[in-house]
Design a protein around this ligand. Sequence first.
Ligand code: ATR
Length: 279
Amino acid sequence: MDLYCVMGNPVAHSRSPWIHARFAELTGQTLAYGRRQIALDGFADGLVAFRADPEGTARGCNVTVPFKFDAGAVAQHVSPRAALAQAVNTLSFREDGVHGDNTDGAGLVNDIQRNAGVAIAGSDVLLIGAGGAAAGVIGPLLDAGARRIVLANRTLAKAVALVRRHAALALAHGAVIEAHELHTVPGDFDIVVNATASSLAGAAVPVAAGVLRPGALAVDMMYGPAAAGFMDWARAHGAVPRDGLGMLVEQAAESFAIWRGVRPPSAQVLAELRAQLDG
Ligand code: ATR
């Protein structure tokens, strides 16, 4: 049996095992996908234990908070997009070693374009936050053709560092990327993405509603109650709110495609998961 899992801490509420089991069912792939709670200082040991699992052959794993940096350190081969994000969420165990990739940005891009039906090419994007979640999506947004990306963060220096890291890629695409403080964001945007933990902390949305163009798409990377504050704010100001459930399913689909060479029917699985969570 080919084995996969999600490694994290905490990991008990992860939807990944259900999502990947459903992908496998719908594509006729035979595999088992579990979850492994890893000690905070024990990522490498956790990986060794998974690869020694007598139930089958470990082929790969997803890596979630707080191990995306550790996962990059154990990979012998790191994809360009993971190197740019400085984070790995997908490991593949192959004959020539451990490969690390980051599918979070592709997940967001695919959710925005395929599921929400909004084109990124030529668009102006505001990304709120400059932590790990934000870092993972900038490269793929540029690759998808965003015309301008503004990073707004409470701590300006972190946004500036991300702009510097992505400056060459932006230049190559003829795009503009800039950093601002939360209350000095200039202009308005077609797509606004909340990559902060502000809703989780119960804090108000940290930017002025003027950033939303009429009918803008406003995506929170979280889902469930953690996304509610941002989505209510977006709806109240004439934007189209969207939670992070689609991004979750689409990043999983990208990982599944890397491992199995088959693209699962992600829109169907997203609809099923949403029905499950709403029900
Ligand atoms: P993640 O990996 O989920 O991105 P992180 O690296 O801790 O987590 O980053 C959290 C992000 O949310 C940061 O951009 C943080 O701002 P700072 O860089 O200034 O810390 C942002 N954030 C968290 N709580 C916030 C709040 N109440 N208001 C505004 N921004 C907040």
